[in-house]
Design a protein around this ligand. Structure first.
Ligand code: COA
Length: 353
């Protein structure tokens, strides 16, 4: 059976760090509250655009696969924070890197990367695509409302990317399972950033979230989705070597792992360092896990995600033989000496710093 196998990976996490202490200096919160409720210690704030982050991660992924952008039949950027409505972030990535393959953005909120992998796999299975670049890239700090402490402390910026290639071998994407419950649109929504915000001045930019409802649904739905995906792959929970969950809250990740009854040692997390980077969180975690030697040849990986919609999804894949990059490239973006708070302050009026 023809399917997608990951042959390259990369990430870009902006250099400007925003710590919990930094946040506590401008809003009514504490490091202790944020760490104990979410597991987050710090997050990154981007001084460059979403497309620049996406391109930087993509460059690394292409080098790791030793392929050129011109060889990509498809670029999908999973994002809910595009720089512009038109054209897509993916088109800007192609503008930077080259090629004439199809480009599109996919918005399934924080489930976007899992959705995009499944879409690319379907196109590869159908024979219309040989190679694709799948990127998760988010600049959610643009939406942060520092007046709302319940959401402002959770999110961060970053990008992760993979190159997938068609394979007939035993490795690659074994199964995927995607769902959405449209009756839950209002428990997690960003208002004022779409066309309603253009025409209705009274729609301010806000992240509206019913935290406990999102939490409850996330644990139930991600574990249900993972069980189905594992079963459809013809595997058992015990076969999972590495579980990479969307990094939204360490308590959600732990509760999902407990519900699934997976060995806690198989769960890879990095939420403490980046917060919730939405569709970027899984590919950043995957890239980091590979570079840290967490993934071995032939390992079975499960990826689970949930996000606004409410969307959720799970992937199960078997890794191939290679866990090292074929080539590496340094990021060529301009750096910044600013802290995360200073980058935010340069965009946000009235921060008082
Ligand atoms: N600092 C200090 N106190 C805060 C705070 C902050 N940043 N944010 C909220 N609080 C307060 C609340 O006002 C509330 O106070 P009250 O009891 O006096 O009303 C109290 O902390 C408890 O809030 P609660 O919402 O019950 O906390 P919680 O244990 O549910 O944790 C979340 C809140 C948001 C961390 C948690 O619900 C969560 O992670 N939900 C899922 C969110 C998510 O994953 N979103 C992304 C989806 S992709």
């Amino acid at each position: 059976m023809r399917r997608a196998a990951i042959t390259g990976w990369g990430d870009y996490t902006p250099p400007a760090v925003l710590t919990n202490e930094d946040l506590a200096s401008v809003i009514d919160t504490t490091d202790e509250w944020i760490r104990s409720r979410s597991g987050i210690k710090e997050r990154r704030i981007s001084h460059v655009s979403n497309a620049e982050m996406a391109t930087a991660a993509a460059r690394q992924a292409l080098a790791a696969a030793d392929l050129a952008a011109e060889e990509m039949d498809l670029i999908i950027v999973a994002t809910c924070s595009p720089d512009r409505a038109v054209p897509s972030v993916a088109a800007y990535v192609q503008r930077q890197l080259g090629g004439l393959g199809a480009t599109m953005d996919l918005n399934a909120a924080c489930s976007g990367f899992v959705y995009a992998m499944s879409v690319a796999n379907g196109m590869i299975a159908a024979g219309t695509v040989e190679r694709a670049l799948i990127i998760g890239a988010e600049r959610l700090s643009s939406f942060l409302d520092l007046q709302d402490r319940s959401t402002a402390v959770l999110f961060g910026d970053g990008a992760g990317a993979v190159v997938v290639e068609a394979t007939e071998g035993p490795h690659g994407l074994l199964s995927s399972n995607l769902h959405s419950d449209g009756s839950l649109t209002e428990i997690l929504t960003i208002r004022g950033a779409g066309t309603e915000g253009v025409f209705e001045a009274e729609v301010p930019l806000t992240v509206d979230m019913e935290g406990r409802e999102v939490f409850r649904n996330a644990v139930t739905r991600m574990s249900e989705g993972a069980v189905v995906a594992i079963d459809n792959a013809g595997l058992q929970v015990e076969d999972i070597d590495v579980l990479i969950s969307h990094q939204a809250n360490i308590r959600i990740i732990d509760a999902t792992a407990r519900r699934l009854n997976v060995d806690p040692d198989t769960v890879y997390t990095n939420i403490h360092a980046y917060g919730n980077t939405s569709a970027a969180s899984i590919p950043i975690a995957l890239s980091e896990a590979l570079d840290r030697g967490v993934v071995s040849p032939g390992d079975v990986l499960a990826m689970v995600a949930f996000g606004g919609g409410l969307t959720w999804g799970a992937l199960v894949l078997r890794w191939g033989d290679r866990v090292e990059r074929l080539r590496t490239v340094d990021h060529d973006l301009p750096g910044t000496e600013k802290t995360g708070l200073e980058v935010l302050a340069s965009r946000v009026q009235g921060l008082g710093i």
